[in-house]
Design a protein around this ligand. Structure first.
Ligand code: HEM
Length: 201
């Protein structure tokens, strides 16, 4: 396996795991209860959501590292951390870097959500939709051969990434329609001395 292959596989694994993570997040925000509904089992959606995020973040951090060991083109540490002048596809690579930094921000703000306050954190957490859009664009548009070959959207890896995007977009539409039609599944706000709190917490 070459360093280029390793970069692709790490990136693909991160995309699939983050897509699962987004679907779990959508289920939680629609108050899906796997005990009352299918599969009628006690499943800790929050724990799965957290761990898929942590593992995906680890994969996403590692994903560009093998590029440092590619003979041609030569990537330096700066081309990975701030790829605006990277040797290949600087714009697409920069989108990847922005995605990674937003992902780090999302995970850190989620760890400190009690301190940030539920309502403020929820607004920050909507950034995850931007993260999802960015990782689909970055994954689908990168040239995995790093040789200026034309974009091949029919390549199996690219089809998989685009399918993740389609599934997430469809699930997001269903989530917002569902919560609009079933207000009882929306987070209930009740007044408190320090503002409003979520009655579902
Ligand atoms: C370990 C870090 C994370 C924690 C603790 C966390 C926690 C949560 C919680 C508690 C919810 C349910 C919100 C509600 O009750 O309405 C949620 C929703 C969601 N999460 Fe996360 N999350 C984390 C990371 C991520 C990441 C990395 C992504 C994707 C890149 C993501 C995507 C989503 C999405 C799309 C929703 C649905 C948002 C909505 O429309 O309300 N989360 N998350």
């Amino acid at each position: 396996m070459t360093p280029k292959d390793l970069t692709s596989y790490l990136g693909l694994a991160a995309v699939y795991l983050l897509s699962v993570n987004v679907l779990l997040g959508l289920l939680m925000s629609a108050r899906y209860n796997p005990w009352k509904r299918w599969p009628h089992r006690r499943i800790n959606l929050l724990m799965l959501h957290n761990w898929t995020a942590y593992i995906a973040l680890g994969l996403a951090v590692l994903h560009p590292v093998p590029l440092l060991f590619v003979d041609k083109p030569v990537f330096g540490v700066g081309d990975i951390l701030f790829p605006i002048h990277s040797p290949e596809q600087p714009i697409i690579n920069s989108l990847g870097a922005v995605t990674l930094y937003l992902l780090i921000f999302t995970v850190i703000t989620s760890i400190y959500r009690a301190e940030i306050g539920r309502q403020r954190w929820e607004i920050l957490h909507y950034l995850t939709y931007a993260v999802a859009l960015l990782f689909v664009i970055h994954g689908a548009a990168t040239d995995q051969h790093l040789d200026n070959s034309p974009m091949d959207l029919l390549d199996a890896e690219k089809v998989g990434i685009i399918l993740c995007g389609v599934v997430m977009a469809a699930a997001t539409a269903v989530r917002f329609r569902w919560t609009a039609r079933h207000p009882k599944f929306q987070p209930r706000r009740i007044p408190s001395s320090t503002g409003t709190i979520n009655a579902n917490d």
